[in-house]
Design a protein around this ligand. Structure first.
Ligand code: CP3
Length: 362
């Protein structure tokens, strides 16, 4: 597959190379806030109907790019495909979150857990290849996975949770069993991401969505150590190109330095962290991604534009006084809400591109 890109701004920022503007993409950029997504989902019948069909997955991945001048595409899939391939039986009931048929709470089912046969995830790799072909080098394609800890939360809880009671009970009372789940998840996630890279993913992102619910100390032992295991196993080169790794821990602001040392090239920030201070804290170790509060998008377009420009200004000019560059990839601090008016995203992307280009003028 050819790796010539028309717009490589996103990859350049990940590598802390000069860029003409700050690249922007949005977590969950393909989704229910877009009427064209809802139409394709109706055709497919369900979320898994979309995700398991390469043509549908390609169509919805490209929808936000056809509407907005975004600088990266993200594979249309879900983090829960991996536990599904482990045999836990994923379903998405309308109006409710994800549900697993089986939960992992007793010793026997945890001992029986295994790294899944990657053939059961072939539909994901087929989607990656199909999306790469359809992109024709417009922008790079990001692959992704849940972190070992975040996947374990769903596997033990059996779905979403408010208090993480079951997974924390297991973690504190049977840490040996928790470590077994996390170890298998780390191997599975690394193999899954490497297969996405082989299929054409040009960067990969680990979503540690629930790392921030852990106590200091527990975070390092049960989340970060396994993130590190994954990054150590990842292919960093493919087709003569380096493959940047993004690690996003929601609620991880207090651990930024440690996350920056986890083998990540880019650290994702949620909206609670000051991106200027974050830049000082990580120095030139990693690029930063983030971090507008997704609910700013509920305000009128002029407010969206002002708040987005404020994040660009807060990061500041990416070039340092010594001439080297830091990297900023603009994103939201978490996934876009399904209640977002689509026009808000136009205002956001334009403001980021304009303000960041201005900021680079001497
Ligand atoms: O960013 C993108 O556009 C790519 C697609 C993507 C989806 N899920 C599609 C999706 C990505 C990157 C994810 C990641 C994901 N999935 C995470 C990590 C990011 C985060 O938000 O913290 C998590 C925790 C999940 C688990 C998950 N999947 C939940 C909790 C839900 C239900 C809640 C919801 O938002 O609907 C899903 C379903 C899901 N995944 C949808 C989409 C577009 C909505 C399904 C639908 O069409 O009904």
């Amino acid at each position: 597959m050819t790796s010539t890109l028309i717009n490589d701004c996103f990859l350049r920022a990940c590598r802390r190379e000069p860029t003409p503007h700050t690249p922007v993409w949005l977590m969950r950029q393909a989704g229910r806030y877009l009427p064209e997504y809802r139409a394709t989902r109706d055709k497919a019948g369900s979320f898994m109907g979309l995700a398991t069909n390469a043509d549908f997955a390609t169509e919805v991945t490209l929808q936000p790019l056809d509407r907005y001048p975004l600088d990266a595409a993200i594979l249309f899939s879900d983090i829960l495909t991996v536990p599904d391939a482990m045999g836990l039986g994923l379903s998405f009931a309308t109006g409710e979150g994800p549900k697993f048929e089986k939960v992992l709470r007793d010793e026997a089912s945890i001992q029986a857990l295994q790294v899944p046969d990657l053939n059961r995830l072939r539909y994901v790799f087929d989607a990656v290849t199909s999306i790469r072909r359809a992109l024709h080098g417009r922008v790079p394609l990001i692959g992704f996975s849940g972190s070992p800890w975040t996947l374990a939360c769903y596997m033990v809880e059996g779905g979403g949770s408010d208090d993480y009671r079951h997974v924390k009970t297991l973690m504190y009372s049977r840490p040996d069993l928790m470590h077994r789940i996390l170890d298998i998840n780390a191997q599975a996630v690394a193999a899954y991401l490497n297969a996405q890279i082989d299929a054409g993913a040009q960067a990969v992102m680990l979503f540690d969505s629930w790392g921030g619910v852990l106590a200091d100390g527990a975070f390092q032992r049960f989340s970060l150590d396994y993130t590190r295991k994954v990054t150590a196993l990842l292919k960093r080169q493919h087709d003569g190109q380096s493959i940047p790794v993004i690690v996003f821990t929601k609620g991880g602001g207090q651990w930024l330095e440690e996350i920056a040392d986890s083998g990540a090239d880019v650290v994702g920030l949620d909206w609670t962290t000051d991106i200027a201070k974050a830049r000082q804290r990580v120095g030139s170790r990693v690029a930063l991604q983030g971090n507008l509060d997704p609910f700013v998008l509920m305000a009128p377009p002029e407010v969206v534009a002002r708040e987005a420009a404020a994040v660009v200004d807060r990061f500041g000019p990416p070039q340092r006084p010594d001439g080297t560059w830091d990297g900023h990839i603009f994103n939201l601090g978490h996934g876009i809400s399904l209640h977002t008016p689509p026009e808000s995203v136009t205002a956001l992307v334009d403001a980021v591109h304009q303000r960041s280009a201005q900021l680079r003028k001497p």
